[in-house]
Design a protein. Structure first.
Length: 90
């Protein structure tokens, strides 16, 4: 504990004593300690974002597959119809 003399008015001869207490801030818990339980807002937001990205990736992959397969299936269907018509006329 530090003790300091303060003279409130230079014309007065009496001084006032004040005690200064140096207080250290409380220790901050490392993020790994509260993130390991899965209850922190940061971890919940991160997990939600990962799930959203995963679902979006699956939807994008399915959409890409449909974009490739539908024209191929239509072409195959048209070719089958044309060969069936040719076989019927022969």
């Amino acid at each position: 504990m530090n003790t300091t003399d303060f003279n409130t008015n230079p014309s007065q001869s009496d001084t006032t004593r004040a005690e200064l207490m140096i207080v250290s801030p409380p220790p901050v818990e490392p993020p790994s300690a509260w993130m390991q339980y899965g209850t922190s807002p940061t971890e919940i937001i991160l997990a939600t974002a990962c799930v959203i990205v995963a679902v979006a990736t699956v939807i994008g992959a399915i959409a890409g597959l449909i974009n490739v397969l539908v024209p191929v299936m239509r072409l195959a269907s048209q070719q089958r119809e044309s060969t069936d018509e040719e076989n019927c006329h022969s």
